[in-house]
Ligand binder design. Structure first.
Ligand code: ZN
Length: 343
């Protein structure tokens, strides 16, 4: 899937020529049979120009290359990627085309290098579909904690942290699942899962605010999507083509996410968390406290820490950047959040 055969017409003559189209980060690399570059069409400039008879192929145009036309005969693998309604705007089809083929190429070339670029090409609706499938798997397995007063406190805390963000960077959903591990992570498409064991372990609302801010920062940088592409590789491609996300849950891709971040990702999420907390007028010291306590955890390393090496150094960096702020929740709200799972 790394190179697609197509026909290219430059719009100046009636003849069209055979070309090989290779999706690259940012657009389509179009070359003649001699290997010479014919054109490079940026993803943002791609425009649909209708289906070919039979419905298998597709014609594309380029906004900056008016008159030229690119025909791809084998577009059948693109079609299942498109929701029936509403139809994706064509700029997104361009991204879908690039993504689908780049994923194919990534499998050959090695996904880690490509995952960050690919994450930025994934349309938000796909991220949500993947993330929701994984979240649903966790909720089925362990159950979600839904005491109303606790949920209200959690929403309040989330709103405080995310109020200053553009709508598409706010978490869509923060859910507490009932399981004793000290863990929390973000899923593609804007879901944050907090394990009840983390709430039980936390000594203050500021610690929970720090963890939540850290996960929101991962979401803003689309780290979970990049990690899912790395962790699930083939599964993601299958999911895109079949629209069936259950395989992701079955392969434990959700769990893999928690351990899939690089040190740079974690440092970026910490800095993002400190900035979010400062913007919200909250104290970032809680995140540092939590990191320090986890580092000294008597029961070995919980998973949140596994994915977060070097936690003492990280705590130090957070402490150095932290500004004083208000408590993240009042005593009553904190008690309600602690009790979100009931008895
Ligand atoms: Zn992290």
């Amino acid at each position: 899937m790394s190179a697609l055969e197509g026909r290219f017409n430059d719009g100046r003559t009636a003849a069209s020529r055979k070309v090989l189209v290779t999706p690259k980060a940012g657009g389509l690399d179009i070359r003649g049979e001699d290997g010479l570059l014919v054109a490079f069409w940026r993803t943002d400039d791609l425009r649909a120009d209708g289906d070919l008879p039979g419905g298998k192929g597709v014609r594309l145009r380029c906004a900056t290359d008016t008159g030229a036309r690119l025909t791809l005969e084998r577009a059948e693998f693109i079609r299942p990627l498109l929701p029936r309604k509403p139809r994706l705007p064509w700029a997104k089809l361009g991204a879908a085309l690039v993504l689908a083929a780049a994923l194919g190429a990534g499998l050959w070339l090695g996904l880690p290098a490509a995952s960050r670029t690919l994450a930025n090409l994934v349309p938000a609706a796909w991220e949500q579909r993947w993330g929701d499938a994984v979240a649903a798997g966790f909720q089925r397995r362990w159950g979600a904690c839904r005491q109303p007063a606790g949920e209200a406190a959690l929403h309040l805390l989330t709103d405080r942290l995310a109020a200053g963000l553009p709508p598409d960077q706010r978490p869509r959903r923060v859910v507490v699942v009932r399981t004793p591990d000290v863990n929390a992570f973000a899923l593609p498409g804007g879901t944050v899962l907090i394990f009840s064991g983390l709430l039980a372990d936390a000594q203050s609302p500021d610690e929970v605010a720090g963890v939540l801010a850290h996960e929101i920062a991962h979401l803003r940088f689309r780290h979970p999507t990049a990690a899912l592409i790395r962790a699930a590789g083939v599964g993601v491609v299958v999911t895109l083509i079949t629209g069936d996300s259950s395989g992701l849950v079955a392969t434990g891709a959700g769990m893999a996410l928690a351990g899939a971040y690089s040190r740079e990702d974690e440092a970026a999420a910490d800095r993002g968390a400190v900035a979010l907390l400062a913007d919200a007028g909250l104290d970032a010291q809680g995140l540092a406290t939590f990191l320090r306590r986890l580092a000294a955890h008597p029961n070995g390393l919980p998973q949140w820490l596994n994915s977060h090496p070097d936690s003492a150094a990280r705590a130090q960096a957070v402490e150095a950047a932290a500004k004083a702020g208000a408590p993240a929740l009042g005593p009553e709200q904190w008690a309600a959040l602690k009790g979100i799972c009931g008895q």
